[in-house]
Design a binder for this molecule. Structure first.
Ligand SMILES: [Zn+2]
Length: 367
């Protein structure tokens, strides 16, 4: 798969479950104010911004987008215009091309990227021939994906520290597939436990897993867990990445301090198959994923429970309930998780945390 197609697929997966037809699209009233939009050379009507511009589909005003929490982005002129007028739909200039479905239409009222089935007509109202326009801007979904896959963690880490890169068996990174950090974090923990390492690495070769897999090993969880284990634990993929020189000549490469890591795509599609949440590209809860994984691993090891690595996470809980009258009752159950309360008042980085909370509150207030 080439880069462009893969990106497009990722963006599709990112948005597929969220974009719906706007309730304002079919009945949208467009003002007969004689506004004609030129095919290029746009600028915000309230400031000097020439990128991140939104065309309001009611009155044809061109205004800049929202300011990001870190100060980048626009000056909020488009959203302010909506707040003043209630004109609900805007399309991002630079995302309109002959492929109209890919255009980024936003509904302020519904607070979501939406589909406008009448977009061609709505654009024509302001003299725009969509088939002649070029794509010059990222859509909201592309931008979100970009930010989530290229996230600069240093910007939110509470205290920066120089870390030493490590290579070798067990020091293999997992590539973020877009909001998949919950999966990466959970799997790194699982494969740091003896039960999982033995079951899927020391006691099972790739060849053995392949031999026992059903017709299609790409959809076999045992095979994919074994593949992931060998990828993470063999050390084969824990090597410094090479950087091509500026001319792009593969022969002229230098080693970097980073590693490329392995992308757990096949594993994710198997473990998430048919699951309504984990099969999406949305952010997920690592704890929920852990419980889902344990459940799946238990299922595929049902024939040989002594080899089931999920057993090492299982424990019994006994709860003692005492009534004021002195009567006592006991509850017994099995569980895989034990909640611990973290005494926040004992934290040593309270000031930094306060700063972060303040910044977040400001961001939330701006919307
Ligand atoms: Zn502006």
């Amino acid at each position: 798969m080439n880069q462009g197609a893969e990106k497009k697929e990722q963006v599709a997966a990112w948005t597929a479950d969220t974009k719906v037809v706007s309730k304002h699209a079919m009945e949208l009233k467009q003002l007969d104010n004689g506004v004609i939009i030129p095919p290029s050379g746009w600028k915000c009507q309230k400031c000097d911004k020439t990128d991140n511009l939104w065309l309001n589909l009611t009155d044809g005003s061109i205004l800049c987008g929202r300011r990001n929490w870190d100060g980048t982005g626009g000056n909020n002129h488009a959203v302010n215009h909506y707040n003043a007028t209630g004109y609900p739909l805007a399309v991002k200039l630079g995302t309109i091309t002959a492929d109209l479905e890919a255009a980024d239409v936003y509904s302020y009222d519904e607070d979501a990227s939406v589909i406008d089935p009448l977009l061609a007509r709505h654009l024509q109202h302001f003299g725009i021939d969509f088939s002649s326009l070029q794509k010059t801007e990222m859509t909201t979904a592309e931008r979100e994906l970009d930010q989530n896959t290229n996230f600069d963690w240093n910007r939110i880490q509470e205290s920066g520290q120089e870390v030493e890169p490590l290579f070798g068996p067990g020091y293999t990174g997992l590539v973020n597939l877009g909001n998949s950090c919950y999966l990466a974090a959970t799997m790194q923990v699982m494969f740091s436990t003896r039960g999982f390492c033995q079951r899927y690495y020391s006691n099972q070769s790739l060849k053995e897993a392949f031999g026992t897999a059903p017709a299609d090993p790409t959809v076999d969880l045992n095979m994919q867990l074994t593949k992931l284990a060998h990828g993470l634990l063999s050390g084969k993929y824990s090597i410094p990445a090479t950087k091509k020189d500026d001319a792009g000549d593969a022969a002229q490469t230098t080693l970097t301090a980073k590693q490329e890591g392995i992308p757990p795509r096949m594993f994710k599609s198997v473990i998430a198959a048919k699951h309504p949440e984990f099969s999406t590209m949305r952010q997920q809860d690592a704890l929920e994923f852990f419980l889902h994984l344990i459940d799946q691993v238990e299922r595929i090891n049902i024939g040989s429970p002594t080899f089931d690595p999920s057993r090492s996470f299982k424990f019994g809980i006994e709860e003692r309930l005492q009534c004021p009258s002195g009567k006592v009752a006991y509850n017994r159950r099995h569980d895989y998780i034990l909640s611990l309360n973290i005494p926040l008042h004992k934290a040593t980085n309270k000031n930094e945390l306060e700063d972060f909370r303040k910044l977040k509150a400001e961001k939330d207030a701006r919307g």
